[in-house]
Every structure is written in structure tokens, then in C-alpha cells.
Design a protein around this ligand. Structure first.
Ligand code: NAP
Length: 344
């Protein structure tokens, strides 16, 4: 792990991927550690969050956010230590949440930085359960999904930072919760550790039949994280008045064309109409920023009380970020994927 105080390593976007990203789409560059001007702070990245949305930033197709330009540092949420400060709000040694991207050091004018307590023993959780992914799970499930005790809630990518929190909140709300995850080990974790009622392995054969068996009363809330074959299995099981928060479609993030087979739009629209289903997309900070405090308070309490359990997949070293990110899109992570760049 780099502890170099003079060299700044930066992972930049070298090429836009066609299909799944490959190592050659990234390039690591070295430069001098920058010096803060008046009103700026120098940040040392401690933890970098790797998240599926970064695949979208590597492309220049239509999106809710601008792409990373070729040659620019890859974007990303970070927990950093203030190394030098010429800003009245921050002093050396402070720990901050920000958006410094895939690099060892960054300058900031303080905008978008928020202070983190130095007493927090797990600062990386500010990038996961207590940060953007946790907020996403909380708002998508409670505001759009509106689960009612006794209903059946289904979520895929169930061992990940969004899905694991969706399922655990749904359990707190008294629902029956069925997860979908890749592989027996993840499924075991989702049931035995997180307390989901059941978990279906989407790598095993005959997903539609096994999901149907796991949801004998149908599905009232389907929290959409993946799309693809999982959504095909969910669609016939949806109950009248079901709700579908559309959070992500990771199965298609590397797609370069529509999937083969018959056009399923008619089937989808017909199902929504007949069953009066609500299906609504959301982008968490664009839609819900004013409710951050409410989330932070509720989730902070649940985590403290161990009612929401946390699993992190921490990879050491910035140099391993590209491979870890490529793996995230293939389901190789097990829990919230975070790169640790330096000792805290
Ligand atoms: N709308 C928003 O504001 C917002 C904010 C944050 C995240 N999101 C979205 O929420 C979703 C979950 O994010 P996360 O950070 O919690 O990710 P994550 O669970 O850490 O990682 C993604 C997981 O997706 C699963 N996956 C990948 N390809 C799949 C496929 N073809 N079929 C089924 N599952 C597949 C894998 O888990 P398995 O091995 O278990 O299959 C993989 O580990 C993503 O779609 C993300 O883009 C949206």
C-alpha cells in the first residue's frame, strides 16, 4: 500500500470500454503531490468506494451524469484525511467524506466535503451502509416500495451494499424477504447472517421455478437492482398493486446491444396495466437529498443496534482498483467493495 508523501498516483480513463471494461481501459499515472492554495485543502485518500455507476461514467452515451473524459481521473466517493489546510473550516488530521476519485491525493476547495467523526471505528462505512448505497436502499424501498408488514419483498444483488440493506429494512418492517444472489456462499450469508427468509442462487438452473417456489404468495415489492434474466423471472410473480423501485440494471451495464429474443415491452406494459403495478426509477441524491438526515439517523441507530449488519469487501492498494472494479460487474465482490489506499 503506498505511503509515499511526494508522489500522487492517479488512475485515469484511457479508453471507453466496448462491452465489459478491461485493464487496458485504465492507466495509472504519477505526478507530484499538489500544494493547496488559499482556501484549499490537500486530501490524502484513505478509502475509495467502487460502485456500479462508474461503468456508466466510462461511456459517453446518454446518462443522468456527465462521463469521465478520456485522460481524466476516474470519479469516486472517498474518505480522506486532511494533510494540509489553507481553509478555515478544515484542519490537518480531520477526516472527511468527499469525491476525490481514484487517486492518492487531491485538492479541494471544501465544497461537497463533510466532516466525519474521528471516533468512528469503521470510517469506510461512510461509503456503504451509512453512505450513498445505504441511502439508496432506504429511500428506494421506503419511499417507492412502501412495504407493508406481511408482504413479500424480493431484491437481487442481495449480499451487496444496496440489496443487503433493502432486505434488512424490509425485515425490520415485518415483511417476508427473498434475496437473489450469485452462488451458494452468498445465499448462505444472506439467509444465515442477514436474516432473509430465503435466497435464490441466480447462477443455478431454472431460476423462474425456484423463485416461484420461494414466493408462494407472489411478490409485492421487487427492488430492481439487476434487470435481465432476474427480471424475467420476477415479472410473472408480481401481485396486483406491486411496487418496483427501479434502482439499477447491472445485468445490462456492459451490454452493447439489446438482448436477443422477442420484444418484451408488450408483456411488461400489459402486466403493469392489468395488475396496476407502480414501477418508478430514481437517482438517489437527485431525488432525495433533503431526506439525508432522516436516513442517517435511522440507519445509524439500526447499525448500532446490529439490526442492520454490514459486510465490506476491502481490497488494499490503488493499483488493484481496476481489477476490483471489473470484478464488481461480474459479481466477484462479496459485500461493499472499497479500496483502502493508506493506513488511517
Ligand atoms: N439509482 C441510484 O441512485 C443507485 C445508487 C446506488 C446504486 N444503484 C444501483 O444499485 C445496484 C446495486 O448496487 P451495489 O452498489 O449494491 O452493487 P453490488 O451489490 O456491490 O455489486 C453488484 C452486484 O450485482 C450482481 N450482478 C452483477 N451482474 C449480475 C447479473 N447479470 N445478474 C444478477 N446479478 C448481477 C452481483 O452480485 P451477485 O454475485 O449476487 O449476482 C454483483 O456483486 C446497481 O445496479 C447500482 O447501479 C443505484
Amino acid at each position: 500500500m503506498s505511503q509515499n508523501k511526494t508522489v500522487n498516483r492517479r488512475v485515469v480513463l484511457k479508453a471507453r470500454p466496448r462491452g465489459a471494461p478491461i485493464a487496458a481501459d485504465f492507466q495509472t499515472e504519477q505526478g507530484n503531490v499538489p500544494t493547496p492554495a488559499d482556501g484549499q485543502v490537500l486530501l490524502r485518500t484513505l478509502y475509495l468506494s467502487l460502485d456500479p455507476y462508474m461503468r456508466g461514467r466510462m461511456s459517453d452515451g446518454p446518462s443522468y451524469a456527465a462521463p469521465v473524459a478520456i485522460g481524466d481521473v476516474m470519479v469516486g466517493g472517498t474518505v480522506s484525511r486532511v494533510e494540509a489546510s489553507r481553509h478555515s473550516d478544515f484542519k490537518v488530521g480531520d477526516r472527511v467524506l468527499g469525491f476525490a476519485g481514484w487517486q492518492d491525493y487531491a485538492l479541494s476547495d471544501g465544497k461537497g466535503l463533510s466532516a466525519l467523526s474521528l471516533d468512528e471505528p469503521h470510517p469506510s462505512r461512510a461509503l456503504g451502509v451509512l453512505g450513498m448505497p445505504g441511502f439508496t436502499a432506504y429511500m428506494g424501498l421506503l419511499d417507492i416500495g412502501q412495504p407493508v408488514a406481511g408482504e413479500t419483498v424480493v431484491v437481487a444483488a442481495a449480499s451487496g451494499p444496496v440489496g443487503s440493506v433493502v432486505g434488512q429494512i424490509a425485515k425490520i418492517k415485518g415483511c417476508t424477504v427473498v434475496g437473489i444472489a450469485g452462488g451458494a456462499e452468498k445465499c448462505r450469508y444472506v439467509m444465515d447472517e442477514l436474516g432473509f427468509d430465503f435466497c435464490v442462487d441466480h447462477h443455478a438452473a431454472d431460476l423462474p421455478a425456484r423463485l416461484a417456489a420461494a414466493c408462494p404468495k407472489g411478490i409485492d415489492v421487487y427492488f430492481e437492482n439487476v434487470g435481465g434474466a432476474v427480471f424475467d423471472a420476477v415479472l410473472p410473480l408480481l401481485n396486483t398493486k406491486a411496487r418496483i423501485p427501479v434502482c439499477g440494471l447491472i445485468a445490462a451495464y456492459n451490454a452493447i446491444a439489446l438482448p436477443p429474443g422477442p420484444d418484451r415491452l408488450g408483456l411488461l406494459a400489459g402486466t403493469l396495466l392489468r395488475k396496476r403495478i407502480k414501477m418508478q426509477g430514481f437517482i438517489v441524491f437527485d431525488d432525495y437529498a433533503p431526506r439525508w438526515r432522516e436516513f442517517a439517523s435511522a440507519m445509524g441507530t439500526w447499525v448500532k443496534e446490529n439490526r442492520v449488519k454490514v459486510r465490506e469487501d476491502i481490497v488494499f492498494g490503488l493499483e488493484n482498483a481496476p481489477e476490483a472494479f471489473i470484478g464488481l460487474l461480474e459479481g466477484k465482490n462479496f459485500g461493499k467493495l472499497v479500496i483502502q489506499l493508506a493506513r488511517d
